[in-house]
Design a protein around this ligand. Structure first.
Ligand SMILES: Cc1cc2nc3c(=O)[nH]c(=O)nc-3n(C[C@H](O)[C@H](O)[C@H](O)COP(=O)(O)OP(=O)(O)OC[C@H]3O[C@@H](n4cnc5c(N)ncnc54)[C@H](O)[C@@H]3O)c2cc1C
Length: 335
C-alpha cells in the first residue's frame, strides 16, 4: 500500500493500492501497451493540490513526471513547450528570469503544468486560456498522442473539454503556451494597479496570495473548495431584493458571478469546524485539515456548507476540487 498523505495537499492520511511514476510519456505508453493499466482502476495525479483522497483508494495512482521545457519565437510571440510534470510556479519564475512576460499574474498557483488546462487555472485577471497555444495528450484508449489547439479545448471558468467529453480519457503530456512580445500589464485587480513591470507584478501577486491564502505545506488545504456560482439576471434581481449587499460580477450581459466565500460567510460558517476539518477563519472558501482530519469529517462539513447556502440563497455550490473515494471520484450530488 502507498501512503496518500504526501501526494495531495489536503494530506488526509489514507492509502492507495499502488503507484506508478513515469519520467516520460514514451515510458508510460510502453507500460500501458503491455500491462493494460488504463483498463484497471487508476487516477492520473499531478501535485494533488486540486484533489482530495477522502478514503483509501482501491486503484493505482499514475504520475507523469516529465520536466522538459523548450522555447522558440517569431516576430510577435515567444512559444513555450512544457512537459506535464513541470511545476507551474517554477515555470512562471523561469519565464521572468528569461525576459518572457505574461505569466506573472499566475504566480504561486500550486500544481503541475499538465493539470493547468484541466480546470483552466486562473487568478488576478488571467486564465490559462489567455496564453494557451495547444495541449497534447496520450489517448488512454488508442495510446496515440493527440494535439488540440486552444480553440478546441472548450476552456471556460474552471472548465475544459477534459472535464467534459474527454473526462478520464487522457493523460496530458505537453502544453504549448504563446506569449506576446508586446507585453501589456494586467493590473485590474486592486493591489496591482499602477504597476507596469512584470517582476513587480509577480512580487505583488506573491505578496497578495501569501497574505490571503494559507500555505498548503504548513496548513493542508486544496485552495478554493467551491466554484463561484454563476446565476442569471432574473435570479440576481430576486436575490438582491432580499440581500441588498449581494456582490455581483458581470460575466456576460445576462450572467453574474457571486463569490462563494461571501455566501458561506453570510451563512455564519466562517471558522466552523467538524473534527479536524475547518473553514479557514480568514477566507471562507478554503477548507483546511488542521491536524488529523478524516474524509467523513470533510464530507460532513461540505454537506453542511452546501445545505446552508442552498437554504439561504437557493444556490447549489459545486466543488472546484476533485474528491476521490474508494473507487474513484465522488459525485457530491449523490452522496
Ligand atoms: C493554496 C492553493 C491555491 C490555489 N490557487 C489557485 C488559483 O489561484 N487558481 C486556480 O485555478 N487554481 C488554484 N488552486 C488549485 C490548483 O492549484 C490547480 O487546480 C492546479 O492546476 C492543480 O494542479 P495539480 O498538479 O496539483 O493537479 P492534481 O490535483 O494532481 O489534479 C487535478 C486534476 O487533474 C487531473 N490531472 C492532473 N494531471 C494530469 C495529467 N497530466 N493528465 C490528465 N489529467 C491530469 C487529475 O486526475 C485531477 O482530476 C490552488 C490550490 C491550492 C492548494
Amino acid at each position: 500500500m502507498i501512503s496518500l498523505a504526501p501526494l495531495h495537499s489536503f494530506a488526509l492520511n489514507y492509502q492507495a493500492a499502488d503507484i506508478l511514476t513515469f519520467d516520460s510519456v514514451e515510458d508510460l505508453r510502453e507500460v500501458a501497451k503491455h500491462l493494460d493499466i488504463f483498463n484497471k482502476p487508476h487516477i492520473i495525479l499531478g501535485s494533488g493540490t486540486n484533489t482530495i483522497f477522502s478514503s483509501d483508494y482501491n486503484g493505482c495512482v499514475i504520475k507523469l513526471e516529465s520536466h522538459g521545457l523548450s522555447t522558440h519565437q517569431d516576430d510577435e510571440y515567444f512559444y513555450l513547450t512544457v512537459e506535464a510534470g513541470y511545476e507551474w510556479h517554477q515555470l512562471v519564475k523561469w519565464t521572468l528570469a528569461n525576459g518572457i512576460f505574461g505569466l506573472e499574474n499566475l504566480a504561486l498557483i500550486p500544481g503541475t503544468v499538465g493539470a493547468a488546462p484541466i480546470q483552466n487555472i486562473g487568478a488576478y485577471g488571467i486564465e490559462f486560456s489567455d496564453i494557451c497555444d495547444y495541449v497534447e495528450y496520450l489517448d488512454k484508449h488508442s495510446l496515440e498522442i493527440v494535439r488540440l489547439n486552444c480553440d478546441e479545448l472548450h476552456l471556460g471558468y474552471r472548465d475544459s473539454i477534459f472535464k467534459q467529453q474527454l473526462m478520464n480519457k487522457t493523460v496530458i503530456c505537453k502544453v504549448g503556451l504563446k506569449l506576446k512580445k508586446q507585453w501589456q500589464p494586467i493590473t485590474s485587480y486592486s493591489g496591482l494597479s499602477g504597476l507596469n513591470n512584470a517582476n513587480q507584478i509577480f512580487d505583488a501577486v506573491v505578496a497578495l496570495r501569501q497574505s490571503k491564502l494559507p500555505n498548503h505545506i504548513k496548513m493542508p488545504n486544496a485552495g478554493s473548495f467551491f466554484k463561484n456560482p454563476v446565476i442569471d439576471k432574473v435570479k440576481a434581481k430576486s436575490l438582491r431584493l432580499v440581500h441588498h449587499e449581494l456582490p455581483l460580477y458581470a460575466v456576460t450581459a445576462k450572467q453574474f458571478k457571486i463569490p462563494a466565500a461571501w455566501l458561506i460567510e453570510q451563512c455564519g460558517l466562517k471558522g466552523r469546524t467538524i473534527g479536524d476539518i475547518a473553514i479557514y477563519q480568514h477566507h471562507a472558501l478554503i477548507l483546511t485539515n488542521t491536524k488529523s482530519g478524516t474524509g467523513a469529517q470533510l464530507l460532513d462539513l461540505v454537506e453542511l456548507i452546501r445545505n446552508s447556502v442552498l437554504k439561504h440563497f437557493d444556490i447549489r455550490l459545486e466543488p472546484e476540487v476533485k474528491i476521490i473515494g474508494q473507487s474513484g471520484e465522488l459525485d457530491m450530488d449523490t452522496l
